[in-house]
Design a binder for this molecule. Structure first.
Ligand code: SF4
Length: 207
């Protein structure tokens, strides 16, 4: 605002520009505000101020055909709407859009246009897509611990050293897998099955 004010002081003798090209060259001023300013400040009717309400309702009423943006709506609307209606159409549709025909949940049952309105919502963005909750599957590691029986030792881990027959043995995962799959495991390794995992335990070495 300060920047715009300074430009107006410096270039336009402290007033605002009286044409659309100079108005839209000001920082933050677009065609909508430019045409409205021309109408209000200079009584010039050179274009329709298209805001989001006008843009939306013109489409719903089929006054425009698949406008790409508000500028497209303005050009389509100006192509057929009598010029003496340009000034009032903005004010009329903005209030109507705020009270009766908002972007979401238009009050069609209360609307006087209900029976004649084509209700063309085809060019409107869909409501935000439902966010599908993607719950990442947690890898739940259930460790089934065999309760130490009388005379039994704690369950083995993957690389625990096992003393079997006196000679130390490093149990690698492959070796453990062999034990799990093979019924004929060494006498000192017995199988304990759980709901999702099998583990082994070793019995206490007999004295
Ligand atoms: S009938 Fe519904 S969609 Fe049509 S102008 Fe009225 S509120 Fe908007």
């Amino acid at each position: 605002m300060i920047k715009v004010a300074q430009i107006c002081i410096d270039k336009y003798d402290g007033d605002i520009p009286d044409n659309i090209d100079d108005l839209v060259s000001l920082p933050g001023i677009g065609p909508k505000m430019g045409y409205l300013a021309l109408q209000c400040a200079w009584k010039k009717n050179e274009g329709i101020g298209i805001d989001t309400h006008v843009h939306r309702i013109c489409q719903r009423l089929n006054w425009t055909h698949k406008p790409k943006n508000p500028e497209d709506t303005r050009k389509q609307l100006e192509s057929w709407l009598p010029k003496d209606r340009w000034r009032e159409v903005n004010k009329m549709l903005v209030g109507f859009g705020q009270q009766i025909c908002p972007a979401r949940n238009p009050k069609c049952s209360e609307c006087l246009n209900d029976e004649i309105c084509p209700k063309n919502f085809s060019n409107e963005k869909k409501s935000p897509a439902k966010r599908v909750k993607i719950t990442k599957k947690k890898e739940i590691k259930t460790e089934i611990k065999a309760e130490p029986q009388d005379g039994a030792l704690e369950p083995l881990t993957g690389n625990e050293q096992v003393t079997s027959g006196g000679a130390p043995e490093v149990r690698t995962p492959e070796i453990k897998k062999e034990y799990d799959a093979d019924e004929e495991v060494p006498a000192k390794i017995s199988k304990v099955s759980g709901p999702s995992k099998m583990t082994t335990r070793r019995q206490k070495k007999e004295p």
